[in-house]
Design a protein around this ligand. Structure first.
Ligand code: BMA
Length: 354
């Protein structure tokens, strides 16, 4: 039984599906954006890059094209353990500051959560045990511990506020890539019911803690073959605001085929469910193709009503683990062309979107 009793076992009726007006505006903007183009996003953009770490006002993307991405994402993994930094060694104070600045310049931020395996104490890629999701649900051995982790997450989200106390709205994208089996919440690690219950518990706990400034994103990987498969573990229209997919290029033909298939599925689902849609993670590691931005990414994405396309991080501690160009990188010139396309939106474009 849950020691936390009623507070975390409250029924759906007790939890009002409210959002702050800032979160409603963010969602509205996400839905309007495709009329103008799509936002470019980059993970951990302003906190480190190739050959630098922690510099103020720096961004590899800005160094290449003169503007910040319209969307920045950050990962909160292991904040539940360390309290002051993430699994990628980024300070939570710094992330808070960057999310606030990004909001003030008209851009948006998104959080993912590579949360540790609460059962084994290893990282989120520890798939040695297929009972972990069950164990965090009410009645499970790790339920109390997990609720404490959610509460830490809630306190942090609530601390991201403007001077007047307004909580900064952000996209929250937990439990991602669940159609694969590389995270402890993945396809073969839990049942459909358990996965959905994990989402609902997360959502309800955050709502109870007053975290009403979030826009929630659902992002399966490239596995779904049709909309039924895409929606198999969908938590529900009352929780989800934006639907996405995480797809990376390893082979160009497969990448383009997967993107076309998923973007077609998502276009149908977003219309049927009235949700915004985005390519929540993508990229080609180390961008060895000098024309990748306008030769591969732009032509496929511009055909669909996507709000944003986000590329993963430019790791400063892992060789060749980068997805955005930096000065001198082979795709730099093509990225400037991509930046100049009327379809791509960067931070300075965001104030023109009504
Ligand atoms: C992964 C890799 C890891 C990183 C994790 C969370 O895709 O980039 O190195 O720790 O994302 O950001």
């Amino acid at each position: 039984m849950s020691i936390l009793g009623t507070s975390c076992q409250s029924s759906k009726e007790d939890v009002k599906p409210v959002k702050t007006s800032e979160a409603e505006q963010l969602l509205l903007k996400l839905k309007t954006v495709p009329e103008y183009g799509f936002m470019f996003g980059h993970h951990d953009d302003p906190v480190y890059g190739i050959g630098w770490d922690g510099d103020e006002g720096r961004s590899d993307v800005k160094s290449v094209c003169g503007d910040y991405p319209a969307l920045m994402s950050f990962d909160l993994g292991r904040m539940e353990i360390y309290g002051d930094k993430t699994l990628d060694n980024v300070s939570l104070d710094r992330i808070r500051k960057e999310v606030i600045e990004q909001y003030k310049r008209g851009g948006m931020s998104s959080f993912s959560w590579h949360v540790d395996n609460p059962s084994t104490g290893k990282d989120s890629w520890d798939v040695s045990d297929s009972t972990v999701v069950k164990s965090v649900l009410p009645g499970g051995d790790n339920h109390v511990k997990f609720i404490e982790w959610l509460d830490k997450l809630a306190d942090y989200m609530n601390s991201i506020a403007l001077e007047d106390g307004t909580k900064v709205p952000v996209i929250f994208r937990p439990w991602h890539e669940h159609t694969g089996s590389w995270f402890w919440w993945g396809q073969n690690l839990c049942t459909t019911e358990e996965y959905k219950a994990l989402w609902r518990m997360t959502y309800e706990r955050l709502q109870e803690k007053g975290v009403t400034q979030l826009v929630y994103a659902y992002s399966p990987g490239s596995e779904p073959k049709d909309s039924t498969a895409y929606l198999e573990r969908y938590p529900g229209d009352d929780i989800i605001d934006l639907i996405g997919t995480d797809i990376y290029q390893f082979d160009k033909d497969n990448y383009v085929n997967d993107m076309e298939r998923l973007l077609n599925i998502m276009t149908q689902v977003s219309e049927a469910h009235d949700k915004a849609m985005a390519v929540t993670e993508t990229g080609y590691e180390a961008i060895p193709d000098s024309l990748w931005w306008t030769g591969t990414l732009l032509p496929v994405v511009e055909k669909y009503p996507v709000s944003y396309v986000l590329v993963w991080r430019n790791a400063r501690e892992r060789e060749n683990h980068y997805y955005a160009p930096y000065p001198g990188q082979v795709s730099e010139k093509d990225f400037v062309k991509f930046y100049n396309s009327p379809r791509t939106l960067f931070a300075k474009d965001m104030n023109n979107i009504k």
